[in-house]
Design a protein around this ligand. Structure first.
Ligand code: FE
Ligand code: CA
Length: 507
């Protein structure tokens, strides 16, 4: 079995199992369907992608109903939907130390085309997934289409948006975080979280399992490759990484981050480069769509300093907001980002990140300190980098807020006389906040206080972005309800940014 030996040389967990002399089960038998969590692909490049699944015949049982042994999983990639033209195949090992998840990095394929994939373990065959490679690096392309999602609080609503997303004609889904919510189940919600609040690896694994068993979410994963990043709820609400639990191994937050990041990696179609190292995980990275678009996927949670003046959500800005040492992206990520933006040769340069960048007065002089509003000095550096004339067409994509917004970012963000340097498209949630309504009192107040905000909607949905050399177009795909299943989706409003002219124009 030569493929097994090859895998030992590259797979960390498998190599470990091999050295300990652990038996590898090449013909496993399962008490029930082991593919209940679906299949996924992600991290596309011009010649490949990551294929993901996690074996869990009984997702809420101890070890998810799996034996405490490594299990062989075979995979196949085909250029046709019927799986008859297999262009790549192999075997890998689902190891108990990785929650029996697999992350296969496939390469050597053709650019900019669909592929289909499937797994087999023992006599069990997985559902089929479809994925897509990115266009040739540096090559010219006519258009790219991406879906942008965030915030899927299972308790607040059905994942109808994911069913609609699965049917969109897009190259990639970008997830901006809050894939799970960590809190214990409450009996009065639309749906109920299984189990208590997540602290341990087993608890986070079970929470992901509950979300992953949702058929609509599975459909969106099986239809498109995803590029994911996290926000706070994958660990705990409003945490700030740099100050919490990154050094003391006995600290509760260190323990929790270690468990949460491990479960995150196990459940996402990420590359091996994102395997966590204790309470650390490297998520910031860049995807290229030919010479048209670069997407910088950022991590605004793990390296940030503590929120300033933190006396609740809406506070007046204290001196700490202007702390010279405050961090949002952290030194290494900032350098990587600004170097990358400066040397980028793509027409559009996107920041896919979590919290709102544009200043947003919630009421007279009150701001939310968890957003970039609490981090004025890092924001000035970001604006400096985006607005120095070297970055072609910066576009910011944000999540976290659960409401849809459009904002223009100015060189002095609160001075309406200064030029617009970037456009910010903020996507509402898939489920968080439930049905909601089109306009609210706070929405009306914030639009009035912040003239650089052009749109507000407190209903659920996602962004559909169509990028061409001449124009970036964002369609706001919104549903009227999520607390019952089956809502239709509509393009409620669309905005465009023209090449060379930052700002959002309603069309
Ligand atoms: Fe959220
Ligand atoms: Ca959040």
């Amino acid at each position: 079995m030569s493929w097994i030996r090859r895998d030992f040389l590259i797979g960390g967990a498998s190599a470990l199992a091999y050295m300990r002399g652990v038996r590898i089960n090449a013909a496993p038998r399962f008490p029930d369907n082991p593919f209940k969590l679906g299949v996924a692909s992600g991290e596309p490049t011009q010649d490949g992608f990551v294929l993901w699944t996690r074996l869990a015949p009984f997702p809420f049982d101890e070890m998810s109903g799996m034996p405490l042994e490594p299990v062989v999983v075979e995979w196949q990639v085909s250029s046709d939907e019927g799986m008859s033209k297999v262009v790549a195949k192999g075997s890998t090992i689902a190891d108990p130390t990785m929650g029996h998840s697999i992350h296969v990095e496939v390469s050597g394929l053709e650019p900019h085309r669909y592929y289909w994939y499937q797994f087999r373990t023992g006599s069990e065959i997985s559902p089929k997934g479809r994925t897509r490679t990115l266009p040739m690096a540096g090559g010219s392309i006519d258009a790219a289409r991406i879906g942008v999602v965030s915030c899927q609080k299972y308790e607040d609503g059905y994942f109808t948006g994911f069913r609609h997303l699965s049917r969109e004609d897009i190259d990639l889904v970008v997830h901006l975080g809050d894939y799970i919510y960590e809190k214990k189940g409450k009996f009065y919600k639309t749906r109920t979280h299984h189990g208590g609040t997540c602290y341990t690896l087993e608890e986070y694994r079970a929470r992901y399992a509950q979300y992953k068993m949702d058929a609509d979410l599975q459909a969106a994963h099986a239809a498109h490759p995803w590029a994911v990043s996290f926000d706070d709820h994958e660990v705990v609400n409003d945490y700030a990484g740099a100050d919490e639990g990154n050094s003391d191994p006995t600290d509760e937050m260190t323990y929790r981050r270690t468990a949460a990041y491990q479960a995150y990696y196990e459940n996402m179609p990420l590359r091996r480069s994102a395997i966590p190292n204790g309470p650390y995980i490297k998520l910031f990275r860049r995807l290229h769509f030919g010479n048209l678009l670069a997407i910088n996927i950022l991590d605004t949670r793990q390296y940030r300093s503590e929120q300033p003046c933190y006396a609740g959500k809406k506070v007046e800005r204290c001196d700490e907001v202007f702390d010279q040492k405050a961090a949002m992206l952290g030194k290494a990520q900032e350098k990587w980002l600004y170097d990358g933006l400066r040397s980028s040769s793509t027409r559009w340069n996107t920041l896919a990140q979590q919290v709102i960048v544009a200043p947003r007065q919630l009421s007279e002089n009150r701001y939310s300190m968890d957003k970039w509003d609490g981090y004025e000095i890092p924001r000035r550096r970001l604006i400096g980098a985006l607005g120095d004339g070297h970055v072609s067409n910066p576009i910011i994509l944000s999540g976290d807020n659960h409401r849809h917004w459009v904002a223009e970012l100015r060189s002095k963000p609160e001075d309406q006389e200064t030029p617009v340097i970037a456009t910010e498209y903020i996507g509402g949630s898939i489920a968080s906040r439930g049905d909601g309504s089109e306009m609210t009192n706070s929405g009306r107040r914030i639009l009035k206080l912040n003239p650089h905000f052009k749109y507000f909607c407190d209903q659920r949905g996602y962004l559909l972005c169509t990028i061409t050399p001449a124009q970036w177009r964002t369609d706001y795909r919104i549903m009227r309800y999520v607390e019952r299943p089956g809502a239709p989706i509509e393009t409620r409003i669309s905005f465009v940014t023209e090449n060379g002219r930052p700002g959002a124009i309603q069309v």
